[in-house]
Design a protein around this ligand. Structure first.
Ligand code: HEM
Length: 342
């Protein structure tokens, strides 16, 4: 693929035409990965008032240092705590062995007490964990509109989920969550998915300028609407109608999934194949993660006050499910390519 540096992404104004007022929101979103595996061994038994042990730092571990701080920063538990406003316990929980959501979901009152959490914070954490575990929207996507070919639904393997998976319980979301999440999608559709898509893609370019090289004019031409007289400026990616359309489709895919509130199993094969195709588009794995950050920034800008924690949570869940599934396909295809080259 032609790799050429394209200019212009930063020249364009990076705001929505009718941006609503902003609301501060935690940086990054909770990264709700699927298929979290049991990590019972991380809990080293220590008698406590309830007879259950609070997880302790594993023996032989170095004292908190730069890399531990880094691990804490990047852990899913920290992202979750940031979202619920309990960041002050991130370090303590992490170094006590609560390094992933599956473990955190098992936390007991005695653990929280032992770790010195204030009573009100214990209540809050418990409540948020219950919401996390059970009150997650089950989602539906409309692949035929956005993701290309779809396999026969009978062929679709079930998604493997664990208790802490976003889709684990299949329970209905609360009315409040449903409404706020659906309102967020309605609002973005009002702005226009292509406008949101353009902003989303500019954010990706800002966060990782080298990604612009993935979209030379030859690639953009594939997404051009030849029925209109729209122009593709070779050097100005930010104003590219083709990219606006392509990323508009991505926004549409994610948004309709977020608002659909139905079974998501059926989208797995198409997403896996989509991920496989992205190997041919010269993507690096890290771009998927960057795109998640870009999506959060996009939503924050586009939704303003509608960008509540619940909304962020729902979008992050769905997006993470999508990119985790795509990544599985991406890795399989990349391994095949590497095996052929060896
Ligand atoms: C949720 C995440 C994403 C979804 C759902 C998605 C979806 C799509 C779809 C539907 C296409 C049209 C071509 C096809 O169906 O194979 C496409 C093309 C493309 N995507 Fe993605 N994408 C995602 C993330 C990304 C990211 C993060 C990048 C890189 C920054 C990227 C780069 C590309 C490129 C370069 C093409 C054009 C390929 C070509 O026609 O040569 N995608 N994507």
């Amino acid at each position: 693929m032609q790799a050429r540096r394209q200019g212009g992404a930063r020249d364009e104004r990076s705001t929505f035409p009718a941006a609503t007022c902003r609301r501060s929101s935690p940086a990054g979103g909770y990264s709700g990965r699927t298929a979290v595996r049991a990590r019972a061994s991380a809990l080293s038994p220590k008698p406590s008032s309830s007879g259950r042990a609070a997880p302790k730092p594993r023996p032989g571990r170095p004292p908190p240092n730069q890399s531990l701080r880094c691990n804490v920063e990047q852990s899913e538990v920290t992202k979750f705590l940031r979202q619920i406003g309990l960041m002050q316990y991130a370090q303590t929980l992490y170094s006590s062995g609560f390094e992933d959501m599956e473990t955190l979901l098992e936390i007991e009152d005695s653990h929280m007490r032992d770790l010195g959490m204030l009573p009100g914070h214990q209540v809050k954490l418990r409540k948020r964990l219950e919401e996390f575990d059970a009150d997650i929207p089950v989602v539906q996507i409309h692949p035929q509109r956005c993701l290309g070919d779809w396999e026969d639904e009978d062929d679709a393997p079930p998604v493997r989920v664990s208790a802490s998976s976003p889709y684990g319980r299949g329970s209905a979301p609360s009315d409040r969550t449903t409404t706020s999440v659906q309102m967020s999608w309605a609002h973005l559709k009002e702005i226009g998915t292509d406008v949101v898509g353009a902003y989303f893609c500019r954010k990706i370019f800002e966060l990782k300028p080298e990604t612009m090289e993935l979209f030379p004019i030859a690639v953009r031409s594939r997404y051009r609407d030849w029925a209109t007289d729209e122009d593709e400026d070779e050097r100005n990616l930010a104003a590219s109608p083709a990219l606006r359309r392509l990323f508009g489709r991505v926004v549409d895919a994610v948004g309709s999934a977020v608002a659909g509130l139905q079974d998501m199993n059926k989208m797995v094969p198409a997403l896996t194949q989509l991920g496989m195709r992205h190997v041919g588009y010269n993507l690096k794995e890290e771009y998927f993660e960057i795109s998640e950050k870009a999506l959060v920034l996009t939503l924050r800008e586009g939704l303003g006050d509608l960008f509540t924690k619940e909304v962020e949570f729902a979008w992050s869940m769905v997006y993470n499910f999508i990119i985790a599934t795509m990544l599985a396909g991406f890795r399989t295809a990349r391994a095949e390519v590497q095996a052929k080259q060896a």
